[in-house]
Design a protein around this ligand. Structure first.
Ligand code: SAM
Length: 241
């Protein structure tokens, strides 16, 4: 589903809008939005902590989730906003978070990692902020190892009721506030290589949803064959988690 199909009230967001919005958010993010989403961070990271190997957190923001990761994981974070990343780097230094391998300034729509590099790929409260969510989903799938997990946590809009009216009211402000208030869940369910294995509502008030997907090894292998057939290259390796 593309932006135009969501109606005129849902204007496009570009990378410049995102960087400008999060330059404004960075100084106040932890004390405002951060408070609302901290239960979701804890819950999601608890699930990831049961896994092994490498984790990529896409749109890591100010790094609020980073102290919650278990020390047996090797976590890499990326974000497009230098202002949010600066906060994340300070947190890693001040709290001596040795399990955070790297924090990079990078566009989630063009990840600079090889295929199948990470055992777990997580994007919390970010898929509704990116200019091209479908492209970002393809990238999350690409860098996830076959049998690995892609986890999304977000607010998804509803179709009816007072909440839907509120979401539509705020929709025209998307490029200013830095996320799309109108963003239906079905928009992230189109990927053929990712199988949805868990869907749950998160606190507070079930406002947010966690979606867990497994990257299906058979489809990943299919994709590899097709890519090789047209002269591309991918590197298939076994899942480590
Ligand atoms: C609402 S914040 C969430 C931050 C963090 N995940 C959290 O849970 O606190 C959204 C983040 O996504 C980042 N973001 C938006 N579009 C991006 C893109 N194309 N590539 C990388 N990061 C992006 C923003 O810079 C911002 O830090």
């Amino acid at each position: 589903m593309q932006e135009a199909e969501l109606g005129a009230g849902n204007p496009a967001i570009d990378l410049f809008d995102v960087q400008r919005a999060y330059r404004r958010w960075a100084p106040i993010y932890d004390m405002t939005v951060g408070k609302l989403i901290e239960a979701g961070h804890r819950h999601t990271v608890e699930i990831i902590n049961r896994r092994k190997g490498t984790v990529l957190e896409v749109g890591v923001g100010t790094g609020l989730s980073l102290p919650h990761y278990a020390r047996h994981l090797q976590v890499t974070g990326i974000d497009i906003s230098p202002d949010m990343l600066r906060k994340a780097r300070t947190r890693v230094d001040e709290q001596n978070l040795g399990h955070i391998s790297a924090l990079h300034e990078m566009d989630a729509g063009r990840l600079e990692f090889p295929d199948e590099e990470f055992d777990t790929v997580v994007a919390m409260y970010m898929i509704t902020t990116v200019p091209n969510p479908e492209q970002v989903l393809r990238e999350l799938e690409r860098v996830c190892a076959p049998g690995g997990e892609v986890i999304l946590v977000n607010h998804f809009s509803v179709e009816k009721g007072p909440r839907a009216r509120l979401e539509r009211l705020f929709a025209p402000l998307a490029s200013t506030i830095g996320w799309r208030p109108v963003f239906p869940l079905k928009r992230v369910l189109g990927s053929s290589g990712l199988r949805l294995t868990d869907r749950r509502s998160l606190r507070p008030w079930g406002l947010f949803t966690m979606l867990r997907f497994v990257k299906q090894p058979d489809l990943a292998a299919d994709h590899k064959l097709k890519t090789e057939a047209v002269g591309g290259h991918t590197h298939l390796k076994p899942a480590r988690a």
